[in-house]
Structure formats: structure tokens, C-alpha cells
Design a protein around this ligand. Sequence first.
Ligand code: PBG
Length: 333
Amino acid sequence: MSELQPGRFPAIRMRRNRRTDWSRRLVRESTLSTDDLIWPIFIVDGNNVRQGVEAMPGVERLSVDQALRAAEEACELGIPCIAPFPYTDPALKNAQGTQALNPENLICSAVRKIKAEFPDLGIMTDVALDPYTDHGHDGLLDGDTILNDETLDVLCAQAVVQAEAGCDVVAPSDMMDGRIGAIRSALDGAGHKDVQIMAYAAKYASAFYGPFRDAVGSKSALRGDKRSYQMDPGNSDEALREVALDLDEGADMVMVKPGMPYLDICRRVKDAFGAPTFAYQVSGEYSMIQAAARNGWLDLDRCMLESLAAFKRAGCNGVLSYFAPLAARKIRG
Ligand code: PBG
């Protein structure tokens, strides 16, 4: 056997490189750093409010003053960017989601205050109507149909309002066709040529968003499901077409969502385009790990870091994760 296959065992022993810690560190192909993290936070009305989200242990909705403390924490931990999402008072919701366009809404207020105090912290805001509509959909409705082209105008206005408030990145998460190009020209037309766009390019119609919809209060509101605009979980080639279109329309960065069940998509997207690629470790992924850890079934710290490192291995430049502050603390020791 050794004559026919001279390179094989026992000459080759894969375990040699794994024997010691220094050697494992030396041959490691990808590593997770605090620079890879984007921290999604939830904003709620009021003052000095920290409201636990039941299905997301360890995550709280924060009033703007408390969001400032979170921003400070992000800066201290070296987290490059935060991503605020609003819990909108049901009384402010309507079919058109007009509160999305109010320059005094929770997101715009939070962005203005955070930027004033922490100008060097990146802020990424979500562009979609679901936290603001009484039907819980990301776009405008006609009966049961989610209107594409009519929604684009509202998304453009929403993106411009967020840019005026001072966000660095807008992140359209609505999955309407043509929205990246429309938003790019709306931003440019309003004098915001340097505001970046992170496209939720390959966003699947996933059951893993459940806890998030609780956190932003859109769950009980949601009529039906989002399968007519978010992607079918069975599809992979289609994700490449989505990403190609968004890059062509002017996206600076692209995202795959959810994360862990879609690592194959992350790898294909990175290999095909080489563009800045991110994954969203969504609420359900966070809650699964937390729930198992709280039952004593998994080691929280190790599973958290392993799950995040997997995104780097799959080719992602970074990851949105509710674990961001916890992970940053672990990474920094
Ligand atoms: C809304 C939006 C969703 C998430 C981010 N932006 C939910 C949805 O599409 O229903 C999910 C995030 C998460 O589950 O953590 N457009």
C-alpha cells in the first residue's frame, strides 16, 4: 500500500498540526474578531426603559436614552456598527406605514442622538414597512397582494428620511424588486451619495424570524405570510440572481438571511461575486442557542463563538448578531 500510495498514512498524519495550541492557532484558516460584528438593537418609546423580549432571553427593547448606553458599549467593545429596529406603538400603525416617514420616529430620533454622541460608530437602519404597518407586511397592500412598484416610492422616502437623520448605511430588507436602484437614486438625488446600502439580497421566507416579530410587535399584526416576496428556502441559484441584481443596482454590501441554515448560500455568494458579504444570525437562531443553554443542554459561550466563526469560514466578512456584545466581550477576553 505504501508503495502504491507513497503520500499516504503513515507519512501523512493530519493530527500533527492539531497537537498543540500554538500550532492550531498557526494553521487556523479564519478567525472571528470584534470587527466582524454588527449589533441589532430594539428601540421603544419612553425614558429609562429596558423591556425584556420574552422569546429572546438577554435581549431588551431600549428607550433612546438606553440605546445611547448600548452605543457606548459598542464603542467600548470595538463593535463597528449597530442596527436599530423600532417597536412601534400599535396606535401609530396604519395600512400605509406612514410612521416610517416621520422624521421624528423612534429610529430617526435614536440615530440623531447616537450620531451626536458617538460619531465614529456606524449606524445601519432597516428599510421596510413591517414595523409600521397594521397588517405587518413590508410593503403596501391591495387586498392580499403586496404591491411592488407603489411600495418602492415609500421605501425611497423612508431611506431618505433615515439618511437625513444621519444613518451611515441603509439596509433594505423588504425584498421588493428594483428597490436597490430606486433607493440609490433617491439617496443621490437628495444629496446622500455617500450613504452606503447593505442589501438584504438573499432573504428567505423563514420561520426563524418569529422572535424578532415579537420584539418589534409585528407578529400579532401579520396577516398571512411573506412568501410572495421573500425567497423560497429550497432555492440557491435564485439567491445568486438576487445578489447579482442588487450589486448591479448599486448595493455596496450584500446580506444572506437567515444565517446558519444558509451557510451554503453565503459561500456561493462570496465565491461568485467577491463582494462584501454579510449574514444575519436571526432571532430564531439566537433564541435556539439561548434556550438550549438555559436548559443546560449546550455551552452558551462556546456555541455562540462557534456559530459566529462559522460565518467567517463560509466566506462572510461579518455577521449581524444579537450575541454581538457578549461575543465581543469573550473575544477580548
Ligand atoms: C423586516 C425584518 C425582519 C427581520 C429583519 N428585518 C423580519 C421579517 O422579515 O419578517 C428579521 C430579523 C430576525 O429575525 O432577527 N423586514
